[in-house]
Design a protein around this ligand. Sequence first.
Ligand code: SF4
Ligand code: SF4
Length: 512
Amino acid sequence: MSTQKLKKFVDTIDKHLTAEDIVVNIDLCTGCNNCGHACAWFLETDDQRLHPRYRADVVRRVYHRYIAPPGKVLGALGWIPTPTLDDLRADMDTFWKCTACGRCTLACPMGISTRRLIRIGRAAYTESGLADENPTLRAIVDNTRDKRHSFGLTAQQVFGRANLFLRFLQMDIPVNVQGAKYLFVCPAAGNAKIPDLGMSLMQVMNVMGVSYTVTPDVIDTGTEVDHISVHHGLAKELLEEWEDAAERLDAEIVVVAECGCDVRTLYHEATETLGRAFKFPIVSIDTLMEQAIEDGRLPVEPIDASVTFHDPCYVTRLSGLGERYRRLMPKLTRDFREMTPNREYNYCCNGGSGGLKLAENTILRRKVSLPKINQIRATAADLVTTPCAVCYLTLKDITESYGLATPNDRRARMFFEIVHAAMMKALTARGETDRIHRPAVFEGKDEAWLAAHSGVRMLEGATDRQAFEAMMAWARGDPIVQSFGERHPGFEAMLDELEARGHPVQREGAEG
Ligand code: SF4
Ligand code: SF4
């Protein structure tokens, strides 16, 4: 078994190393250690095991001993180290005490991508089965394989909970609309952790008037299997499921939400994962918002609160999209304050790509977030915003643990929340706040169409009573639903009323 695992580990590294990886990322390292000056995990701990080079050298040793042609001879002579399975197991934790943020490359005189070697190393740990020894890493793969959602939620839970919020807020969402221009896909971290905040984004979509749809066939974008586990097989399956859904619904374009990993995947890594280009054009939701602000479809008025901006590494450093937010911020706030350093030199939140997900990292992660907190503190801004769900969750966590915020007085905001606040200010001034409620594709549709495509009508008219009751029982115990109820008087009563009613619910004017 050990021999098989070691072989699989080596084979995976061999499979993913390109000629460029070998020439540059493996062989050009001079051992100067400059990369450590850019990595918060090393800078804040001085722990050599957390130095970028330490992790990369694990991959280099495997390559030189087991893959490079002279390795067999040199290894047999004892001139180079022979990593054993136990050696690899002992170093596994260091691969997930890194966010694959790429900041270390900025400090490397040879331009070495340590993050690339870390991703290849993670793939080897996952494919060899060693990563299964960590329960969180195992759960990501098992949940994705079995439930198509890395947090283990079902489509009924994802959509049922969102529809409860939508119903209370007198909103709605278009589901499985054939011929909608955009298919909107949401990462699991978004629909699992911040579905309540997502209501603001839905309101922005309604006001923009975009023709979009969602589908219960895609409830996870594969963020965690792609970037935490680096399980290329499952990541590929999920990407193909997006394509199938877009094809079936005859959508023209796929829209990704505010998720740094999804932006990176779709703009760059999907091609490697699929072995070909993704079949549909991809656009970030923030691109749609920028276009709608530019052409006047999305009115905004700068808010008074001072706001600073956290660059998600995967959006700015690794996808080159940071300037868009610099164009937008002055339109959204009267007082935009840059962090120092910013853009590609900004410090990582330390939560992405597993930093936040692995609970055993929490104390260390908060410790290495001191540079990030100092950046935020130095701006003295009222709010810190970011276009990434995991960065947001991490910023929320560290602003609270460092005493800059409380759970009831959030300082962290999703970027779309800032857009939403500026939009509401403009709509209120115009007396047009009614525009937030209804998706554009609902216009002119009859009751039969709405019964088939309105998320809220589907909730109300659920014919599978057993599934509905199971979802409601789960929702009643869900902390996000409970927190929403505490912030929205009347929500609990709505749940009671919904449960007490027979099904399907008759709406005024509804047929049948
Ligand atoms: S990718 Fe980021 S977290 Fe990982 S070693 Fe480099 S600087 Fe550190
Ligand atoms: S800075 Fe570059 S060359 Fe120097 S140790 Fe790090 S990866 Fe190697």
